[in-house]
Structure formats: structure tokens, C-alpha cells
Design a protein around this ligand. Sequence first.
Ligand SMILES: Cc1cc2nc3c(=O)[nH]c(=O)nc-3n(C[C@H](O)[C@H](O)[C@H](O)COP(=O)(O)OP(=O)(O)OC[C@H]3O[C@@H](n4cnc5c(N)ncnc54)[C@H](O)[C@@H]3O)c2cc1C
Length: 329
Amino acid sequence: AVCDVLIGNDGIWSAIRAQMWDEDQKGPGSGCTYSGYIVFAGETIYKPDDYFDVGYKVYMGPKRYFVTSDVGRGRIQWYAFVAVGEGEQVPRGPREKKDYVKAAFQGWSQQVQDLLEATPSDTVEDRSLYDRPPSVGRSWADGPVALAGDACHPMMPNLGQGGCQAMEDAYMICEKLKGCKSRSEVPDALQDYYRSRVFRASAIQGLSRIASDLLLSTFTFPWKPSEGLSSPHGKGRGDFNYNAVAVSYLKYLLPSIFNIQFSFLYSYHPYKWTAAEVQSLVKKTMDRHRRDSEAAWAQREKAVADGTVGALEEEQKKPSFFTLAAQTK
Ligand SMILES: Cc1cc2nc3c(=O)[nH]c(=O)nc-3n(C[C@H](O)[C@H](O)[C@H](O)COP(=O)(O)OP(=O)(O)OC[C@H]3O[C@@H](n4cnc5c(N)ncnc54)[C@H](O)[C@@H]3O)c2cc1C
């Protein structure tokens, strides 16, 4: 095939990156490193009391954390991050995977256990998480070819920014290319794209990794100074140790840290929305969200009453988060 411009937006195991940077596409020679986490994901129709008030919840503990996200139409998608050594085996069958996650989060909030219980086993999948260090000294562009998204800056999902950064790349590529009058201008435009994106994407890539490493190495069972020097699995179920002390006092700093961090993450505004536009969009989206969710819950309640919930789940089965990502090939 012949083309004027080639954008390598082919994900973390990018064939185009491997060719451009003369690396292996996968494995130790690919420059990608295992993060120490496996993420399990599942999805179900579910109605927590705060569905319309809280879109995203994170439950944290030592060497694992659990995230729930409202994905619309009365559904919740969850991610269970579990620290697992490289090469260590996890169960392969869907039922076994669900049992593994339930056991890993045994004794956690009842909300977590209830959600897991309500999730059909065959929606549960897992994936090992990899990222790369930022590619600051090596351009994402070479001649008329450029990398974008996970191909050049794969990151840990902790800050929910991998997809956002891919979209910012796409926007910037269009901005730079639209000024080109001939093919000969494309290589400079793509280098310009790289220079304008590398600082922000690398900073977010680094922040995502730091957040993940901190969770893995520092987070421990909550301990409260009021509980004395040791309350091993007693009152607050905390264990006194230096990390527990740091985590206990971190809560005073976190609001400021989050404020700075999220101001930076959400600082990219190529288009400035007016307050009225935002309000109208939010209202339209939330009205539709409420309508669709209530309908989905009513349909499920009826199926439970009729004893046909299995058939409904089968009918509503759709490719998982991971399968959808792989299917677009
Ligand atoms: C658990 C989890 C939660 C996440 N949560 C968030 C979040 O809340 N917010 C957020 O912004 N990001 C999130 N992300 C990150 C986000 O999913 C990725 O950063 C994003 O999908 C990257 O987009 P991409 O287009 O660069 O790569 P991909 O989404 O990987 O797309 C690459 C595409 O290229 C195709 N492809 C690969 N090779 C070839 C080939 N040779 N020929 C043709 N096609 C090919 C693949 O099939 C794929 O469709 C999360 C990731 C995970 C794992």
C-alpha cells in the first residue's frame, strides 16, 4: 500500500513502533515492563443507591485495589487490580476467576462483595498490565510516519488517562497536518506534533506509574493513631508500621495533591465550552442516562420475577471491555 502519512496508533504492542525504533514488538526486548499488577474486569446490571451521584469509586488496600465505574444503561463495570508476581499463574476459567477475585477481596466493603456476587461469571476477564518509561529522547515521528496513543506512551490506568492522551494526540496531529500544503511538509509537521505533545504525555505517563508503584509498595491496612501502637487486626483492623503511619497522615495532604494533579490532567482545552453549553450537555446526558438505566433495571427486575434472568443475561451478552479493544483489529 502507498500513503502520504502513516499514524501508528496500534496500541501497546505496536508493530510500527517496533519497526521505527528497531525493537522487538513483544517481550523483554520491546521496552515494555510488567507493572506487577493483573487487572480483572467484569460488568453487570446493578443498582447501588448512589448510582446517579457517584460515577467512579476506588477501594484501596495493601497490594490490591478495586474500582467501580458507571458505564450507563444501569450497568457497572468493575476492575480488580491485584499484585501478582511476573509469570505467577492465575485461574483460567471464568468461574474460577470470579472466585479468585472474591477471595482476594474477602473482608472488604460489602459493596465490593455484593457487586462481585451479582456479576455473571462469564463476563470476568483478566489482563496483565504493562507500561513503558517515557520516550523523551526519542522522537515519536520519523519521516511521514508518527506514533500515537499507547504505541508511544502506554501508561498505567490509575489516572484514567491512556485513552485521553491518545485523543489529545489525534487532535494535535490533525492540527499540525491541516497546515501542510504538500507531502514534503509532512515530516516537519509530525516532528512538531511530537515536540508539542512529549512533555505533557510523558509527565502523565510518569505520574501514572508513580501512583501505581506507591499503591503497590506503600499502601497498607488503615491504622489510626488513636488506636495506640499496635492493633493487629483489631479495632480498625490496622497494623502499626511506618507505611501505616505515612498512609494515616497522607489523608491531610491528599486533597491538595489531587487538586494540583487533576488541574494539570484536565488543563488541555483546545475548545472552550461556555457554561451554558456544559450545563445543557450535562442535562441531556443525565436525562438519557436516568431513562436508560431505569428501563434496564425494570427489565431485569421483571426477568427475576419471571425466573428468566438467565435468558436475559444471555440475550444481553456483549463482548467484554478487553474483547472489544482486541476486536477493532
Ligand atoms: C483496566 C483499564 C482501565 C482503563 N481506564 C481508562 C480510563 O478510564 N480512561 C482512559 O482514558 N484510559 C483508560 N485506559 C487506557 C486506555 O484503554 C488506553 O490507553 C487506550 O485504549 C489507548 O488507545 P490506543 O488507540 O492508543 O490503543 P488501543 O486502544 O490498544 O487500540 C489499538 C488498536 O490497534 C489495533 N491494532 C494493533 N495492531 C494492529 C495491526 N497490526 N493492524 C491493524 N490494527 C492493529 C488493535 O486491535 C486496537 O484496536 C484503561 C486501560 C485499562 C487496561
